[in-house]
Design a protein around this ligand. Structure first.
Ligand SMILES: CC(C)(COP(=O)(O)OP(=O)(O)OC[C@H]1O[C@@H](n2cnc3c(N)ncnc32)[C@H](O)[C@@H]1OP(=O)(O)O)[C@@H](O)C(=O)NCCC(=O)NCCS
Length: 154
């Protein structure tokens, strides 16, 4: 297994986006249109630093994704950077693979001079608490979705 960036690999990028869409967007906003969402997300991830997409692959198979972005709320927050787009393919869940991806993003953030990382979650706070993340605040994102913000020292 290895973690690689996939910003410049259109095929893997689209597969990763589909996994994120199915696993994290649809459960919270079931009416979002895939084509529109993919167009918007593609523009957002073009050549932006320190935006990172990472892929965990096994014989080239995409089994999980994660990224680091400047702002995952879009509401003018000053908190940054954020871990986002985090999903493991259903068949691979429960095998401690998620933690590998989180550690990769923490390392990337540290390498870029950050000492804290943030994330938002509507469904998975118990998982992050289990991994040592701390509750920061409740927030409303630019779509009006209520969410919770967590952070961790890196
Ligand atoms: C959340 C997700 C990324 C976790 O990845 P994973 O590789 O399956 O998780 P792991 O196997 O590394 O689990 C590590 C530990 O967290 C626990 N855990 C996993 N999911 C959990 C959850 N939803 N709530 C509480 N604990 C959880 C596991 O039991 C395990 O505990 P242990 O260390 O005591 O054995 C994965 O389940 C997923 O893709 N879910 C759908 C998408 C999603 O919710 N993304 C996050 C959006 S913010």
């Amino acid at each position: 297994m290895q973690v690689i960036t996939i910003n410049n690999n259109p095929e893997l990028f689209k597969k990763a986006c589909r996994l994120i869409f199915d696993s994290t967007v649809l459960p919270v906003r079931p009416n979002v249109d895939w084509d529109k969402w993919f167009t918007a997300i593609s523009a957002r991830f073009q050549n932006k630093f320190p935006t990172i997409w990472a892929l965990l692959s096994d014989d080239g198979e995409l089994i999980g994704t994660i990224n680091m972005i400047e702002d995952d709320l879009g509401n003018g927050t000053t908190l940054s950077p954020w871990l986002g787009g985090f999903a493991i393919k259903p068949a691979y869940r429960g095998r401690k693979i998620g933690g590998v991806l989180i550690e990769a993003v923490k390392a990337k953030a540290k390498e870029n001079g950050y000492s804290k990382l943030y994330l938002r979650t509507e469904t998975t706070s118990a998982y992050y608490k289990h991994l040592g993340w701390s509750f920061v605040e409740k927030a409303i994102d630019k779509h009006g979705t209520a969410t919770e913000v967590y952070s961790i020292e890196i």
